[in-house]
Design a protein around this ligand. Sequence first.
Ligand code: MG
Length: 381
Amino acid sequence: MKITDVLTHHLSYDYTEPWAYSQAWYTKRQTLLVEVRTSDGLTGWGEAFGPPEVTRAAVQSVFRPCLIGAEAEQIEPLWERLYAMSRAYGQKGAVIAALSAVDIALWDLLGKRTGLPVHVLLGGCFRESIPVYATGMYYRPVPELPRLIELLVEEAQTFVSRGFSAVKMKIGGRPWNEDREILRAIRAAVGAEVGLMVDANCAYDARTAIRIGRELEAHNVLWFEEPVPPEDLEGYLEVKRALDLAIAGGELEFTRYGLRELIARRAVDIVQPELTAVGGLTAGKQVAVLATTFGLRCLPHMFGSVVAQAAALHLAAALPEIPFSLRPSEVIFEVVRLEDRLRDDLAIEPIPIEGGRIRVPKAPGLGVTLDPKKLDRYRVS
Ligand code: MG
């Protein structure tokens, strides 16, 4: 199965309303899909995190020339070759996001070629469906705090009414005394039974994160995500040692090398590789093995289209329990916001979420079929 072509698709649409997390406002949803074609007529799909103009350049000018004519089944040799040839200017960031897209497409192809879903190729299926948690409560363009609280509480209640057993909110985008009010209102609205996580997206230094983390503990927060930037490993360690609640992170790190110290020094409790950035399913599996070897939970991060969603689901299905028992701590799966057209409106059939659980695709490869008409609708020409 020789690779005959590598195509890129820049998809985009404007949000009906801008939103923010602690670092930036967003008005546009966009992503880059990569399509790898082979000599036997099969097509594999992958996705790259980050600005499509940048990742597209890396796919087309750096990786495509090496991929044409290569054997598509040779996933790990290709990964190592592409990583080594781009090392001088790569190792992290958009270059590895581009490599991630290629890698995910090759896994999709291998599955289609063998007739097996990707989670079987990754080692097998520990779970056929996975409980979902909702990531939402992003900041809205509403300056008045009472009105913002009203909107975010309403959003959290909608998640709960749709069967999500846990919700994750953003902090760090407004002063802590305001974020604290939002947190209190959401906790009061969803009740004590619903899991509540917070994500600071690297908004704090270690000392501030510890002070805020102590308050989060009082509200029975399940985990504190990205309290400090990933560059501040010592900061992560200080936060983790000072607090009782679980610390999560890793979505902004790249490859097994990038996550090595975070894992080996146990700077987090929950490792969250983003497959479209970390180096695809190949790197995601390596990071998961590293994490579980060091006794840490691995819960893939997910902020992509249906392609990224399927990839993350296959890895999540193939993760062992840490530790194994009759009642292990559950693997839970991230679903961002209520609606995302690139996730919910790109495949011929979206991946179903029912009763608070999402089903792991069983069809060969990633198990999703993209609708060409819908691709045309979102493609930037
Ligand atoms: Mg996050």
